[in-house]
Design a protein around this ligand. Structure first.
Ligand code: AMP
Length: 570
């Protein structure tokens, strides 16, 4: 094999292995994350064979976290953040405090000192943003009320971690001496004030200056017409702001990138920006999971099985129960509480950062670190199971919510009831909304399936039925009573998912008329093969409309002069 640099080898071997194992995981019907993590374990130092550069992997993972949080910010406005603050702020603080308390209790039972037990507890109390975001995306919950609450919750956890990171070194002398003498307390208050001040200064600067300058700069780049420069500008903004945030303001990369995305979210370019950064973001997010897998030492499973199980119980059983109880107390719907409980039943990057700090302070030894890593990996592996359990409990939660509200809950999926011979429209975006509105105006019995909850209320306001969920999920199609429907309009842009919807609908109802949307010739063939009767190829329709206008215009004008000879034409 030619001698390649560590960067090339980690990219080639890591990504290839992640792809292969991710593929196997998908085929076996389990989360792709399992494949990525195992790929990491295989290229890690604790298993035989190739060992990837251990310094490089976490750095690449950081790029993944930055791009991911930038993308999350792009879908999240300041208004969204303010809307969830009444629940996210007290909820997140109470949850971290209680989960930390449970973890700390376990540490004290193990005979560790208070500082070590505190770091251990904190590590078990803060969830991984990357894992939760992936889960929300997989469940298509990002654009829902639950998704927004989860993001707000994580932002607060992020701030708590940043505070913990700067406070712990200042707290240590106090805890060690057990003293409460004035100079040390003053020191602590100063550190706390300074950290909060820096976070506030960063957010303030971004909201006052960044909110104007960044969108304006990106609009300027967009006007050059160069897609390449636009992508580059986005990367420069995401990475640059995260870097400045951590270098000058002591804010984490994740929070910095999130705020950078958020200041852009109100700009007309945000959708475009999200699409442009998606491929790179996905590749780096895979590297994040590989880098976690690499840290895993499987022998810890045999060395400390008891503590491992107890710590795992704190993360996967006690924390979800705490989250559920807090959200119910705060008056949230059971559905929301259940999803949040499942999403937060795992730990990841923040815990590693905290344990690294603990190790630097001489409080956390390598076996405790391995233990926390093992808890992290196992909790991430088990997270899809948590969502499965939540799925099973969903009907119960729905009934409780409906009983409490006295009506069918607004954003929850609801049964299509007696709808028959109806039209089902999948996706209520630029295309689906126009189709649905047209059908509703003509009084067609209509049901819309959408993944975003704001669309759901819009449909219901116009007298249509709506189900919140992914139409590619057979249970959602069944809920839409597709077997008795007359027409299906698949108005989503993604051909792969549209294909799944078409195929399932055709199997459930051989007589239904299916009209689907496509953007490529290959997608037209694909959708037809799977059972669509009519496939409208967007670009072709645009071309027809443009040509019609052009021909009409030419009729009213004399034809344009032919170009002079020698003119270069493309
Ligand atoms: P547009 O491209 O503007 O027409 O938007 C497409 C719409 O379809 C968006 O509102 C998405 O939330 C929605 N959507 C995309 N995929 C699905 C899916 N699998 N099931 C239901 N709705 C979807």
């Amino acid at each position: 094999m030619p001698h390649a640099s560590p960067l090339i080898t980690i990219l080639v071997i890591g990504l290839t292995l992640a792809f292969l194992l991710g593929m196997v995981a998908t085929r076996l019907g389990i989360s792709v994350l399992v494949g990525y993590l195992l790929a990491g374990v295989m290229v890690g130092p604790f298993t035989p064979g190739f060992v990837a550069d251990q310094g490089l992997a976490p750095q690449l993972a950081d790029v993944g976290v930055i791009l991911l949080m930038f993308g999350v910010g792009l879908h999240f406005s300041v208004k969204d953040l303010l809307a969830v603050r009444a629940v996210a702020l007290p909820g997140s603080i109470a949850q971290v405090a209680l989960s930390t308390g449970a973890g700390m209790g376990l540490g004290l039972l193990m005979g560790w000192g208070v500082p070590t037990a505190l770091i251990f507890g904190l590590s078990l109390g803060v969830a991984s943003t990357v894992v939760l975001m992936r889960a929300l995306e997989e469940q298509r919950l990002m654009e829902t009320e639950r998704g927004r609450l989860a993001i707000g919750w994580l932002v607060i956890q992020d701030v708590i971690t940043v505070l913990a990171l700067v406070m712990l070194p200042a707290l240590m002398p106090l805890m060690k001496n057990g003293a409460t003498h004035a100079p040390a307390l003053l020191d602590l208050a100063w550190t706390l004030g300074l950290t909060l001040g820096k976070v506030a200064a960063f957010v303030g600067l971004m909201l006052l200056v960044g909110r104007r300058v960044i969108p304006a700069a990106l609009h300027y780049v967009a006007r050059t017409g160069s897609r390449e420069l636009f992508r580059l500008a986005l990367l420069a903004v995401a990475l640059g702001v995260a870097f400045v945030a951590s270098g000058f303001f002591g804010v984490s990369f994740a929070l910095g990138a999130f705020v950078a995305g958020m200041v852009l979210s109100e700009s007309a370019l945000s959708q475009h920006a999200a699409e442009e950064t998606l491929p790179l973001r996905d590749a780096f997010a895979v590297l994040f999971f590989i880098s976690i897998g690499m840290l895993f030492d499987p022998s810890v499973l045999l060395r400390h099985p008891g503590v491992l199980l107890a710590a795992l119980a704190v993360v996967c059983v006690i924390t979800p129960m705490i989250v559920f109880a807090i959200l119910c107390l705060l008056g949230e719907r059971r559905q929301t509480a259940l999803t949040m409980a499942a999403g937060l039943a795992q730990i990841g990057e923040f815990s590693f950062i905290l344990t690294t700090l603990g190790a630097d302070l001489g409080l956390v030894d390598s076996s405790t670190r391995s233990l926390i890593l093992a808890v992290s990996i196992l909790s991430i592996l088990m997270n899809p199971l948590a969502f499965l359990i939540v799925g099973l409990l969903a009907p119960w939660a729905e009934r409780r919510d409906a009983a409490r509200a006295g009506t069918a809950p607004d954003a929850a999926p609801h049964a299509a009831g007696p709808l028959r011979n109806h039209a089902v429209v999948v996706g209520y975006g630029r295309v689906g909304a126009l189709v649905a509105e047209g059908l509703l105006r003509r009084h067609w019995p209509l049901l819309v399936i959408e993944t975003g909850d704001s669309a759901i209320s819009a449909v219901r306001a116009q007298g249509g039925e709506a189900i919140l969920g992914n139409a590619a999920d057979p249970a959602i199609l069944a809920e839409a009573n597709i077997a008795a429907a007359r027409l299906l309009v698949v108005a989503i842009p993604e051909a792969f998912e549209a294909g799944q919807v078409v195929e399932q609908a055709r199997t459930a109802n051989p007589k239904i008329t299916i009209i689907a949307r496509a953007h490529f010739d290959s997608a037209v063939d694909h959708l037809r093969q799977l059972g669509a009767d009519i496939v409208i190829m967007g670009e072709r329709e645009i071309a027809h409309a443009m040509l019609d206008y052009a021909l009409h215009d030419m009729k009213t004008q004399s034809p344009p002069a032919p170009p002079p000879t020698g003119t270069f034409r493309r």
